[in-house]
Design a binder for this molecule. Structure first.
Ligand code: HEM
Length: 184
């Protein structure tokens, strides 16, 4: 995956565990002498390697780690030059998910070789959508769960994400994504 995704993992590890921990994660994945470059492509196995190594240091399962990283990605993108793409992509979480494919198409200007996932949002009520997710990759469903929680947070609402048993054979995964005003 593109270095921007890898750099968000680096940023999460640095922020929460510091440089010594990041050096361990980097070394375990052959990156000890390299600086990650946002616009360069890296093998997916190396991205997954960073997740697995980080999970061990945080004492989390890789799925739990992916959830945290998905949630963090929202902050990371908002703090990046991509901020406007994020803030201009919808007025509520439902609209935002509806606009996700277009958002990824716009990102392809910066990351021309990217193979983004695809999403479809099927409205269920004012404050919930069924989210269909297609990916050329396996195992990133918890990342999507974290991302959706982060999207709710970005809009200042409380999100819940439920994984649905998918009936469509060609869809990678389905979720029910609900949001409600945050309390307290
Ligand atoms: C401006 C914000 C964003 C940028 C710049 C961006 C860019 C990218 C890039 C470069 C990749 C790696 C693909 C590759 O290298 O082939 C990626 C993957 C991904 N993106 Fe985005 N993205 C953004 C926002 C989002 C949001 C808000 C979501 C969901 C709520 C999302 C969902 C995903 C998922 C799930 C993947 C993992 C790849 C997969 O599932 O196959 N992205 N994105």
């Amino acid at each position: 995956m593109y270095g921007m995704v890898m750099k968000s993992i680096e940023s999460y590890v640095l922020r929460n565990l510091g440089p010594t921990a990041w050096n361990v994660v980097a070394a375990e994945n052959g990156l000890e002498f390299a600086s990650l470059i946002a616009t360069e492509g890296y093998p997916d196995e190396q991205t997954v390697g960073l997740v697995v190594s980080s999970a061990r240091l945080f004492d989390l399962t890789p799925a739990e780690m992916l959830r945290k990283l998905g949630d963090y990605w929202i902050d990371y993108a908002l703090a990046s030059p991509m901020r406007e793409l994020m803030t201009g992509n919808g007025r509520d979480p439902g609209e935002f998910i509806t606009g996700l494919n277009a958002l990824h198409v716009r990102t392809q200007l910066v990351f021309p070789q990217m193979r983004p996932p695809e999403f479809e949002a099927i409205p269920e009520s004012e404050q919930s959508v069924r989210v269909l997710y297609w990916s050329p990759r396996a195992g990133l469903e918890p990342f999507v769960e974290g991302l959706l929680m982060g999207v709710a947070r970005m809009f200042g609402v409380q999100g819940t994400v439920e994984r649905l048993t998918s009936l469509g054979s060609e869809v990678t995964a389905e979720f029910r994504f609900c949001w409600a005003p945050a309390h307290g």
